[in-house]
Ligand binder design. Sequence first.
Ligand SMILES: [Zn+2]
Length: 180
Amino acid sequence: MPVDTDGLLSQSIDVRRARRRSVELSLEAGRLVARVPSRMARRDFEPLLEELRGQLLDRLSRQRVFDDDALLRRAHEVQRRHLRDQVLGSFEVRFSRRQRKRWGSCTRRPGGGRIRISARLIGHPNWVLDHILLHELSHLIHPNHGPEFQKLVQRSPDHERGQGYLEALESVDLLDPLVD
Ligand SMILES: [Zn+2]
């Protein structure tokens, strides 16, 4: 059973008819979209969609983030999932190789926020990156770690697990304390 990182197992599939011979399922801006041959009967493609869903989830859960583009996509996904009702303004996200003592940082500027994630997190599980991204994105709204900030970061069901993971990683990496 693949890891259902984005609630994709329960999401309904948007079926679009197309002039094509085969059934295809893809993830488009966080939505499951199926392209199905125009005349194919529902009973013929429905079982196939579930099989394709399983394969897609499998692939996604194996995918890890190794570059800035993928990191930015991840950040938008976290925003969509947890901070939809918040106004973040524009922001950019990148890995930083100079950032050795902190997992992440967020600078608020008039032109938009600047988020940096330590390059030491490259290749770690997506949910760990999501955890740190949610922390930094929440700083675009609250610069401190006060109660309002805590409410935002705790929207993720992985909050505690993420803290624990980073703490464990720090004890191996001998980093200074956590994110700020
Ligand atoms: Zn912080």
